[in-house]
Design a protein around this ligand. Structure first.
Ligand SMILES: Nc1nc2c(ncn2[C@@H]2O[C@H](COP(=O)(O)OP(=O)(O)O)[C@@H](O)[C@H]2O)c(=O)[nH]1
Ligand SMILES: [Mg+2]
Length: 329
């Protein structure tokens, strides 16, 4: 690099990339500007930094006036991104970070010693044309859950309880996770909902390290004890074909559909699907596309799972994943 950037500059750049609030971004950018060598070769970069600093300053002022600075104080506040947010929960060393590292570019740390992950780290997982946010998290133990972590359990769209098939502690660890959830009135379920105080969270138990010796027997025992309380899925973060199928599992877990909106007489925008809860109707799509749209909607045509391509449907017609919809308002 012609500009001869110092390690201090690169550190500041790292902080800029991992910043969660505009204020953090601004601080890192100002530091980068202070540290960048001021000569001809770096003029372009200096100009670019100035532009970013001015944008970050505006964002920081906006955040401050909208009370968003609290987000900085709570590391377990992870802004949602993509089609949905899925959060991992597990005891130490079960392979949470390995799973996130295997399907995303998140800068997570995999280590064979416990407590190597201190704070949550989100990664983005690609499934076909959607992005899903998968959040690596610090471990929980039978008597410790990091302050703030349960807030993330409540806020996320789905939970993955990760247990480890290479150890006999698997049953106890599974119990520990479900107990901590239950203490916060949360239980895993195929779909979200509520029963009295209890909040059902979409989720399942992911049994990692199914490649390990003895894993098959332990998995059978786990199914016997927990099969009625949770869906159980085995995986190995070290197995390429298991990992190839993991994004689809995450997509299924979210229980959403992709719908492509098609303006009348034009081609559908196939690059950016609308993401809706499974079971959504044409009317719900219209409300999602534009608030005023739903009121004026009089008909719609669908290409996809209906009887024939371009079929006219009622506004209460239930959409399916990958439907293309032409809304007439
Ligand atoms: N055999 C096997 N080892 C795994 C698997 N996934 C992770 N590991 C190992 O388990 C250890 C802990 O992994 P890590 O991802 O740091 O666990 P975390 O503490 O839950 O985040 C590391 O030594 C990993 O290499 C797997 O699927 N099979
Ligand atoms: Mg970890």
């Amino acid at each position: 690099m012609a500009a001869n950037l110092t390690p201090q500059y690169l550190d500041a750049e790292e902080r800029y990339k991992s910043a969660q609030t505009a204020e953090e971004r601004l601080a890192a950018l100002e530091e980068m500007f202070r540290l960048i060598p001021k000569h001809k070769a770096s003029e372009k970069m200096q100009a670019e930094l100035k532009r970013k600093i001015s944008a970050a300053r505006k964002d920081a002022a906006h955040e401050a006036s909208h009370g968003k600075t609290g987000a900085k104080l709570d590391p377990f506040h992870i802004p949602k991104s993509g089609a949905g947010q899925i959060v991992l929960i597990g005891t130490p060393n079960v392979g949470k970070s390995s799973l996130v590292a295997a399907v995303s570019h998140a800068a997570v740390k995999v280590a064979d010693y416990p407590f190597s992950t201190a704070l949550p780290v989100p990664g983005m997982v690609t499934f076909e044309d959607v992005q899903i946010q998968l959040v690596d998290t610090p471990p929980i133990t039978s008597d410790h859950v990091a302050a703030g972590f349960p807030g993330l359990w409540h806020a996320c769209d789905a939970l993955l309880v990760v247990v480890d098939a290479s150890t006999d502690a698997l049953l106890d660890d599974a119990e520990t996770c479900l107990r901590h959830l239950a203490e916060r009135h949360l239980a895993l379920a195929p779909s979200a909902g509520g029963v009295g105080e209890l909040r059902l969270k979409r989720g399942l138990m992911l049994v990692n390290k199914r490649d390990a010796a003895g894993a098959t027997e332990r998995l059978a025992a786990l199914r016997e004890f927990f099969g009625s309380r949770s869906r159980i899925q085995a995986i190995s973060a070290h197995d390429a074909s298991d990992i190839a199928g993991f994004p689809e599992l995450l997509f299924e877990l979210l229980n959403v559909i992709r719908v492509y909106a098609k303006p009348p007489g034009k081609k559908a925008d196939e690059t950016a699907p609308f993401i809706l809860p499974a079971g959504s109707t044409v009317h719900a799509l219209a409300a999602h596309v534009h608030r005023g749209m739903a009121e004026h909607l009089h008909s719609a045509r669908i290409w996809g799972t209906s009887l024939f391509p371009g079929q006219n449907v009622q506004l209460d017609h239930v959409l399916h994943d990958k439907d293309t919809v032409e809304l007439h308002a």
